[in-house]
Write a protein that binds this ligand. Structure first.
Ligand code: SF4
Ligand code: MG
Length: 327
């Protein structure tokens, strides 16, 4: 299938204080149409920053300081670099091309408008020939797809439960047939349960509507279950990227192995990294060489001096000196 987004050498910095925090460093990957890419890592690994930067929604002090986000339009036209678009051009793409579902998705609905009317507005802004009646029908259909019964289209957001509001917000994010949907993880345990259902729902819709998804979570078991491919981030960099199956069965990077071994076999959110000692580095002063070296049980001479770059290791991309060029 075709490519929808090419991320090339993306750097995102927080320009606060004397030392800028490099939250994403030289991040590159290619996303295919309809593909689900999960991004995992501990808190502070840069995954939420990456998600926000992908949709160009970051606000100062976060700044995209280098790199390209090449969006390939559906009609086969030349790729567009989202990094260089104006705010106005970006707004034109929002919802129709790029949709974002954040932790606070349920707050995306306008509290003083009937839920269905918000769909009608979005749909008719996107397609001016669509008449009101057809738009209401489409709204009911979209709500039905996320398990909200059609009669709720006439309700106000406060008349829906939190879970229903979240699902309605997601349906709204999908209403204009975006090519790419990005989703960030919830922060509370209750939300984690909901996220699992919500994600499963979104992924089912992906089959019907064909959008690609990038989603972020620290729940590696959820990723391995739902994503086609997974990117593991550490200290702002992708350290391994591969299919879910390969990361589960044969993780190559010592950090990926530690993450995998941190998970109990049952489905549970990450509480402790039992497989990895130590804590993530201070991104204002990242370690020299391989950023994982202070915690790595397999480090050897040179790991603290030379930065490993991502390279193909048996089909996965891995950044670790255990796998030298040509191995
Ligand atoms: Fe460990 Fe060295 Fe590989 Fe870094 S490069 S993950 S320190 S073995
Ligand atoms: Mg986060």
């Amino acid at each position: 299938s075709g490519v929808v987004l090419e991320v090339r050498g993306l750097d995102v910095e927080y320009a606060t204080g004397d030392d800028p925090v490099r939250a994403c460093v030289d991040v590159s990957f290619t996303l295919h149409r309809g593909e689900i890419l999960g991004v995992a890592g501990e808190s502070g690994s840069g995954k939420s920053t990456l998600i926000t930067a992908l949709t160009r929604l970051q606000r100062p002090p976060a700044v995209t300081s280098a790199g390209q986000l090449l969006y390939h339009p559906r009609d086969g036209g030349p790729p567009v670099d989202l990094v260089t678009l104006s705010g106005r051009e970006l707004r034109r793409l929002r919802w129709t091309t790029l949709s974002i579902v954040l932790q606070s998705a349920m707050d995306a609905l306008n509290p003083v408008m009937r839920v269905g009317a918000q769909f009608v507005d979005a749909l008719r802004t996107h397609d001016r020939r669509l008449d009101k009646r057809a738009a209401w029908e489409r709204a009911a259909e979209l709500l039905g797809m996320v398990g909200v019964s059609a009669d709720r289209a006439r309700a106000y957001p406060h008349e829906l439960s939190g879970g229903m509001r979240q699902r309605a917000s997601i349906a709204l994010a999908l209403a204009c047939r975006p090519d790419l949907v990005v989703m960030d993880e919830p922060t509370t345990a209750v939300d984690v349960v909901m996220q699992r259902q919500t994600l499963a729902q979104v992924l089912r819709l992906r089959r019907e509507l064909g959008f690609a998804v990038v989603f972020v979570t620290h729940d590696l078991s959820l990723l391995l279950e739902l994503a086609d491919r997974v990117a593991i981030m550490y200290a702002g960099r992708i350290v391994e990227l591969g299919t879910s199956a390969s990361l589960y069965e044969e993780p190559r990077h010592p950090y990926t192995r530690g993450l995998r071994d941190s998970f109990p076999p049952l489905r549970a959110p990450l509480r402790r990294l039992t497989g990895i000692s130590g804590s993530p580095p201070d991104l204002r002063r990242p370690p020299s060489g391989c950023p994982f070296h202070p915690r790595c049980g397999q480090r050897f001479d040179g790991c603290d001096e030379r930065l490993p770059v991502l390279r193909d290791v048996g089909g996965n991309d891995v950044a670790c000196h255990l796998y030298p060029e040509g191995s």
